[in-house]
Design a protein around this ligand. Structure first.
Ligand code: TXA
Ligand code: MG
Length: 320
């Protein structure tokens, strides 16, 4: 086994205290973490990921009360959402205190805060006296990792330690909510569905930024993208245009074996959006490595986690 991969929280803590970089499991995806209050440690994250410096990082906390160490204000709807969904797959964008270095917020006046739910990482965070800045632990623009092995395969040699917490249960990045005028606005669809947010705070605006204004560059049009072509649409129609025996089909529930493709993957044969979300990124990675020319994929129902899954599929397809 790889020497820098294991489940030793104490070792992870010592490395982080010394300014090192550790991959951490969260329930959404694996993160690449460093002491959020140490600009030199955070700079290493940007180097390892080849991430542009204009793209801010999420700060992970282990105690809800510590929001006030890092945020100047915590609007009422943010409090309600934190009460309902933390620890969990929700990032809240709030005005930051100066203790959060500019490199973390990419010079913005705000910071994204999240209390993740994975037990190993929660224990790690609660053992530290600083929060952890962590983007998803993939090279910039590629698919987010949902296992420790995914992290190891792409970035293993450059990371001091990978904390292995098993496969991620949610499988999609956190939902990002800001409060530009005091009211909640969704900037990124993710592991908490819009319908769930609305149960707590009423109607929310969804404003997914695109490349013209990369306020949240996870919102760049091409992102979460495999190297192989991925076409999104009606699988039967698209299959007529290519030699499908060299391609893979990625459907939600339908069995398209009769089309004669080289590979057929169904995200959830029972039609469960949660199961589809959990599997999506690992499936995309394995298809990217499989001996096929490309991937034909279809949209999922545009509700619940289906909206976030469709968003990822659209960005994955944007290059093709
Ligand atoms: O589930 C997740 O959110 C994972 C795990 C590791 O927590 N993290 C993650 O981080 O997906 P990352 O860096 O891959 O995506 C974070 C997104 C980026 O698009 C970034 O631009 C946006 O959050 N973001 C961070 N701080 C922001 C801020 N102050 N204002 C607007 N967007 C922000
Ligand atoms: Mg990312």
């Amino acid at each position: 086994m790889a020497p820098n991969l294991g489940a030793d929280i104490g070792r992870a803590a010592r490395i982080l205290e010394a300014g090192g970089v550790v991959a951490i499991p969260t329930e959404t995806v694996y993160g690449l973490a460093a002491n959020a209050l140490n600009p030199n440690a955070v700079a290493r994250i940007f180097t390892i990921k080849k991430r542009p410096s204009f793209d801010p990082l999420i700060v992970h906390i282990g105690h809800k009360e510590r929001v006030h160490h890092y945020a100047t204000t915590f609007p009422e709807p943010a409090q309600a959402l934190a009460t309902a969904f933390w620890p969990g797959s929700l990032t809240l964008i709030v005005e930051k205190k100066p203790v959060i270095p500019d490199i973390v917020s990419a010079g913005l006046s705000t910071v994204g805060l999240r209390m993740p739910r994975h037990p190993l990482t929660l224990r790690l965070l609660q053992s530290l006296d600083f929060p952890l800045a962590a983007p998803s632990a993939n090279p910039f623009g590629y698919i987010s990792p949902t296992t420790a092995r995914h992290v190891y395969d792409q970035l293993g040699a450059q990371i001091d330690y990978i904390l292995d917490g098993g496969p991620c249960q949610v499988g999609l990045e956190s939902t990002i909510v800001g409060f530009p005028e005091g009211e909640p606005v969704v900037y990124r669809l993710g592991g908490i569905a819009v319908e769930q947010l609305e149960e707590v705070v009423g109607r929310v605006k969804v404003q997914l930024n695109v490349s013209s204004n990369p306020q949240a560059p996870g919102q760049l049009k091409t992102h979460y993208a495999p190297k192989k072509p991925l076409w999104l649409g009606n699988i039967e129609e698209m299959a007529k245009k290519i030699d499908v025996s060299e391609w893979a089909l990625l459907s939600f529930q339908t069995d398209y074996t009769y089309l004669g493709a080289k590979m057929n993957i169904r995200l959830s044969s029972d039609g469960l959006l949660e199961e589809a979300a959990t599997r999506l990124f690992a499936v995309l990675r394995s298809l990217d490595e499989a001996p096929v020319q490309g991937i034909l994929a279809e949209r999922l129902p545009d509700e619940g986690l289906g909206r976030a899954i469709n968003d990822r599929l659209e960005r994955a397809a944007a290059r093709s």
